[in-house]
Write a protein that binds this ligand. Sequence first.
Ligand code: FHN
Length: 594
Amino acid sequence: MLLPSLLAIAMSVSHAGPSAKAPALAYQQFDPLHESKDAKDARMKWFREARFGMFIHWGLYSVPAGAWQGKDYNNAGEWLQYSAQIKPRDYEPLQQQFNPVNFDAEKWVKIAKNAGMKYIVITSKHHEGFGMWPSKQSTWNIGHTQFHRDPLKELAAACKKEGLKLCFYHSIMDWHNPDYLPRKPWDDRPIQTPNIDKYVDYMKAQLKELLTNYGPIGILWFDGEWEDTWTHERGVNLYKYIRTLQPNIIVNNRVDTGRTNSGASTSENVGDYGTPEQSIPANGIPGADWETCMTMNDTWGFHATDHDWKSPELLIRNLVDIASKGGNYLLNVGPTSLGEIPPGSVDRLAQMGKWTKVNGESLYDSSPSPFPKQLHWGRVTQKPGKLYLHVFDPTQPILLAGLKTPVKRVFELANPKVTFEITPSDLGPVVNLNGTILPDNIDSVLVAEIDGAPRVETVMQMSDASGNIRLDGIDGEVHGDTLAYEPAHAALGFWTNAGDSVSWKFRLTKGGEYNLTLQVACQPDTAGGTFEVMIGSQTVTSTVPATKDWNTFVKLDLPAITIPSSGDYTLTVRASKLGAQALMNLRSVTLTRK
Ligand code: FHN
């Protein structure tokens, strides 16, 4: 007779065999891959209106909290077992240490609701393989700890009570189940002929528990789909299985293998929406639903020494920037092993809640900006008959570039008695603040009531009378998957793809010889990449210099160019060879007539 503790440890490596399958008939009849547009629109409706959700990464990794045997592993919250190469037998004792006695589902849900979040995506199982619910499929789950409660059940009740959607993140990759392949190098357990098909049956049995015992689930958020044992065929099969269990559920694109590095889906990929991570696509993902997931500091799972918190200003502006491009913001918290959301997260979410409480009308159920380019002064969202002008920088002219639809009235969303005049200009109507101090220095929302649907014509930037012109990163047309304008640097960044480029169309008032100057930044370990600047029939090349960091910009003079005559031109900057991690951050290109 094994002692209970030994029995517990012995049992912790046991995993059930093949599971009960979904009802065969229903499974075969239901074909979610041929869903009508109306049916998909109805299913996605709440997601498109929500705009803002909470991501929760919570598991055994919150116990070591980023350190192992006295060493701190940078950014390794939920990846600690991998980063520290912890053998299963050394990781399994965490199961008996985990006892989140301060867990309070109602408190967590109210923190999310008060921030203005409409849904919660919590890790039911991350890569460590540990189930955060009392699964019957194995003993490697919370049901075999000293915490004799089911946090997912309690969250389901709290979400139902507060009107939020409960969603599950579930990792396909599993570092603990002995049937999962590929095995990790640090997993020295005896190989008992691992069987990936058996693992998939086990995973489906767990998913069946999650989709039949916790009520209607909003999203199944898959992850860990990148290893070669996971295939497109398995992804399609799993998507159909999930939709058979809950036909109205939404499934992200990481159920399949076609996700691009920008988070978008390839054409044959199944999955209902794209999932860019830690970045905001410059132009959104046109024609698709998408959601940027992002940490609030640097780590998804709790890391005790990670205090690199994003400012409330950046978080609110990210939320608005994403909505202005038609996406959702899934913002992460990593609770501690005691079940508490860190104060750094709670404080920021409370500040975001102050903004959403006043300005939520401009966010929820809004549509993307009608302006093709980013605006210097802020962002725009819209609803029928209204443009919501999110003013980040009131020192810039609030130009509605190219807008041809008449503007009837402009007023403060927070205080409609405060109204503003409109002045016409060659480039479009300008909102005059006339010295009014706007209420919110992060994002003040003005409402421009318009007559009918917004009609916007592309406005060509022009050089001044001398022929000089500065082309700003924010005005560039980005071509490619990852290059994007970063408000934090007021420059184009994430230039990690050699195929990405940026171009500007402009009208030159004079021909002649021009000096060509770029404002660039590049941290020293990534300098040395090369790029081309093309305009008309001319091409000049240059090498990226090292600067102190990604936010320290220098002027880089390129060889002068001759532009024979005035007229409309396109200037393109294109990578030739990346540096170690990227090409450069590019703030502007200036043409100065000699
Ligand atoms: O490996 C995971 C990571 O731990 C985290 O869960 C993120 C969140 O989307 N997804 C994977 C990395 O892309």
